[in-house]
Structure formats: C-alpha cells, structure tokens
Design a protein around this ligand. Sequence first.
Ligand code: FES
Length: 164
Amino acid sequence: MAKQLTEDQLKELVESVVDRWGGRPDALIMMLHAIQDEFGYIPRRVSLYLSQKTGIPLAQIYEVITFYHLFRTSPPGKHKISVCMGTACYLKGAPQIVEKLKEILEIKEGESTPDGLFQLETVRCLGCCGLAPVVMIDDKVYGKVNPEKIMDILAQYTKEQDSK
Ligand code: FES
C-alpha cells in the first residue's frame, strides 16, 4: 500500500536505506527494492533525494527504474490487471489486449490510472495456457479474452466502484 510520509520521514527512510547499503552505486537495485517495499512504488521526490544522498545521477536511477519492469513510478491501483505475455497467450493475441488496455485506460504498463482504480502489468505464464489469452484482475482469472471482452470485464469493476 502506498505510504503518505512527511518530508522529514521520507528523508529519514531514504537515509536508513542508503546507510544499510553504504550508498554504493552497485547496490542501487537493492536500495530501490527497499524503497519500493516501503512505499509500494518509487516516488519522484524519493529518487531525487536518493540521488542527492548517494551522488548517483538521477538519470542513472531512472534508467534502472525503467529498465526493470518490477519497479513502479506511480502508486499501485486498487485493481491490478495482469496480462499474460507467455508464449501461448502472446500467440493468441495478448499484445492486442495490452494495446487496448493502454488505449482505454490511457496509461502505460507499470502505471496506474489517475483515479487509482486500475494498474496495468504484463506477466509471464500464469499456468493456465489452455485458456489463452489470459488476463488476471487481482486474484480472478479471465480466459479466452479479446479486446472487446476486456472492455466488458473492466466495466464490471467500474460499475462496482460507481455503486459504492
Ligand atoms: S502462456 Fe499465458 S497462461 Fe501460459
């Protein structure tokens, strides 16, 4: 869950992470993991402070964050959409589902919608290739999905949110 911290708490947390890893550039990935464990993502102001504390250029920090898909730069969404990009799903149209989701949610992989309702990820084989292409939303698996069906599926979550 994303954490709300004061500026001082944030600095204290980054300092403890930097101290733990000696602020070494070769430990950048470990420091980013520790930060993401705390916040649920890597806020921009944290990256800036990490850069100031360690002397690692901000551009280098962002290079690592964007290279490794597991790092997030926005808070996690309420519902996590995981599109399987394993071979079976890929061959049966998973890339088109991802494109459709990016288009309707107006986000990229690894991001959350501005209202915080959805986050979009791609994952490797979910272990139910017979249902390819597969999309998982939170813990629920949807099989034989196509770009039209994904719109209906998302509508259920949007409706559920509207009725609250
Ligand atoms: S490749 Fe998608 S479930 Fe196996």
